[in-house]
Every structure is written in C-alpha cells, then in structure tokens.
Write a protein that binds this ligand. Structure first.
Ligand code: ZN
Ligand code: ZN
Length: 125
C-alpha cells in the first residue's frame, strides 16, 4: 500500500514536471490514469495536496480552482482572465527576499506567489 502510494505520487510529480501549463487536478488525473488505470481523482487530489504541503510543488488558487506547478523556484505568473492560461515569468527585479520581509503585527509572510492578471495574446486580440 505504502509502495503503491509512493509510486502514484512519483508518477504525478513526474507528469507535473513534464508540463508547464499549470494543470488542475482533473487534467493531472486524465494523464496519469493512462499509466495508472486504477487511480481515482480523489487519490490524485490527495497526492497533489501532499506534494504541495511537502514543498515539492506549488498550489495556485486561481478563482475557484487549484492549479499545480512543479516549478518551485521563485517566479511569477501571468494569468489570462479569459482562457485561464498561466504563463511563468522570471522577473529578477521582483526579489523574493524583499517581498518576504513584508509583514505587520498580525501577520508574518511565509511564502509568496506572485500573480498578474490580464489577457494572453490570443484572447487580447
Ligand atoms: Zn487567454
Ligand atoms: Zn509557475
């Protein structure tokens, strides 16, 4: 059982690492089920959440859904409001350290996800 869980988790992680489109859990399921026919959507959700808790992947909350990202190094996201496409960008002039120092009396920042909303080239035309 433990071995199978680990195997499923590795397959899920490997799939996420092979794409850069920040899929949701359903899209991850649709792909890993080809290799793991017995896997369920609930199992995929559980493993994605576990991977996110362990810091192996990022979980982005976009509107009402979660999107997953195996790129855990600090980067920023451009999100199309129309087609929900997510594009990674790497702005060196947005340093993670500076943002992490932002806190107030009631709050200490632990992690940062930077998101810019707009329209992709296709949707903006
Ligand atoms: Zn778009
Ligand atoms: Zn990303």
């Amino acid at each position: 059982m433990t071995t199978r869980m680990t195997n499923q988790r590795i397959k899920i992680l490997n799939y996420l690492k092979s794409v850069d489109n920040h899929p949701n859990a359903e899209a991850v399921y649709d792909n890993v089920v080809k290799e793991l026919p017995q896997i369920t959507l609930a199992t995929v959700y559980r493993n994605l959440n576990l991977l996110a808790e362990q810091g192996e992947i990022l979980r982005l909350e976009i509107g009402s859904e979660y999107r997953y990202d195996a790129r855990v190094g600090f980067h920023q996201h451009l999100i199309c409001k129309k087609c929900k496409k997510i594009i990674d960008i790497f702005q060196k002039n947005i340093p993670e350290d500076t943002i992490k120092k932002i806190k107030n009396k009631e709050f200490t920042t632990e992690s940062v996800i930077v998101v810019f909303y707009g329209y992709c080239k296709k949707c903006g035309e």
